[in-house]
Design a protein around this ligand. Sequence first.
Ligand SMILES: Nc1ncnc2c1ncn2[C@@H]1O[C@H](COP(=O)(O)OP(=O)(O)OP(=O)(O)O)[C@@H](O)[C@H]1O
Length: 307
Amino acid sequence: MALIEVEGLSRSFKVRGRPDVVAVRDLDLSVEAGEMVGYIGPNGAGKSTTIKMLTGILVPTSGRIRVAGVDPSRRRTDLARRIGVVFGQRTTLWWDLPLQDSFALLQKVYRVDPARHRANLAEFVELLGLGDLLPVPVRQLSLGQRMRGDIAAALLHDPELVYLDEPTIGLDVVSKGRLREFLRTLNAERGTTLLLTTHDLQDIEALCRRVVVIDHGTAVYDGTLAGLHAQGGSTRTLVVDLVDERAPIEVPGATVRRVEGPRQWLSFPADASAAPVVAAVVAAYAVADLSVQEPDIEDVIRELYSR
Ligand SMILES: Nc1ncnc2c1ncn2[C@@H]1O[C@H](COP(=O)(O)OP(=O)(O)OP(=O)(O)O)[C@@H](O)[C@H]1O
């Protein structure tokens, strides 16, 4: 049996003076143990509502959910011992307490075996670089430090399934990289199942072989990221700063979209390598600088619909 099984799931909200808002509509989803799935969609698509139903905080209007074989809203407390939740935008740590006190409290809350707690804590402190931060009150931590603390907190009770809602939001490139590396290790070494919502396509690229796109509460795509790019025909952009102003340059495999002084923007398929395009530009023109821009999730989804 799959770890997450959702069939015909719907949830609407009553709003005064307006028709009901249908946040999730007839959603089917099945996730096997050990998968890392990216759950993406535009703002208001229904991602948070789905995750709240999966954790049991919200009761569905209709449909069926099983997480680890149980109905989350009926068995919320039991399930809490088996899942972890990380919200990028808010902390589950105690704001005024040193980080280490939050960890100690969580051991009591989840009644984690003390030896197991010590072993997990030692491992996460090491992998997430939390050593110096343990005595620091959470409110004094930077966003990236707090995020690492939150991730450790969500994992101390050995959950087999972890929901991560925008875990890299607001982090710098180095912190994002470290966090992705940590999540990859967690999945590879412990087999922890991860369901990740994000607006950062690079999170998906680094972590998720499978992407589920939700829009208006319904899954509109379920497959690989490469497949999503191919289906949406999405493009990456090569920004070229030429030494001189020129008419649009000619480069095999790429198309000039915009010219502004010596700068030109070329688009090429997102699933193709940038290397041959860069090589062709450099071989034929005098170039001062180059950079590649990735499409963002909203672009990819927009392109999925414009087909
Ligand atoms: N408690 C509520 N009452 C009324 N409407 C709600 C409530 N919660 C969510 N909604 C509506 O349901 C829809 C889906 O919201 P949800 O928060 O699940 O989207 P999301 O995909 O998580 O969006 P974002 O990426 O912006 O976080 C939105 O139209 C939202 O306004």
